[in-house]
Design a protein around this ligand. Sequence first.
Ligand code: SF4
Ligand code: SF4
Length: 168
Amino acid sequence: MLPESLKQARALLENVTPLKTDCGLTCGGACCRPMEGEMTGMLLFPGEEAYYEGREGYRMTVTDHGTLLFCSGRCERADRPLSCRLMPLLPILREDGMRVATDLRAKAVCPLARQGKDALDPAFVAAVRQAGRILAEDEVQKAFLIRLARQQDELKALRNQFRRGSHV
Ligand code: SF4
Ligand code: SF4
């Protein structure tokens, strides 16, 4: 069984999507297609494994960052993990509060991530914010969100380093 906070967060993003139209039509569903030569998976939120255990078409592997879910590239709407529902945004939780930002991990695949959240349906942005608030009230999910925020900081630092390096 999914933790209650996770169930609620997933439900908030069950029917609302980044655009009012199907954004997958613009990119051919890029986030559901693994990059060539790469085995990419979606990072599950704590306790989300329970939903996929024994479910056909999925497999999971435990990594230092958490459990990764591998899929066939097609799934039922109700089966999408929270990371897929949040794409290309992320609720970023820090000591001074929570904000919704573009997930830097999405920039390599998602055209919407390169446009920023102002290009997205405000109802989707609001749902991501509300999902973040719900998760932040659950200590386990809160700790995970804080880890994700740190990971975003690391990615940002790396990106800045790379940019500086490319100008040398
Ligand atoms: S990659 Fe971005 S635009 Fe394409 S389907 Fe995924 S969320 Fe939508
Ligand atoms: S789990 Fe579903 S939504 Fe997520 S990448 Fe796989 S097919 Fe796409």
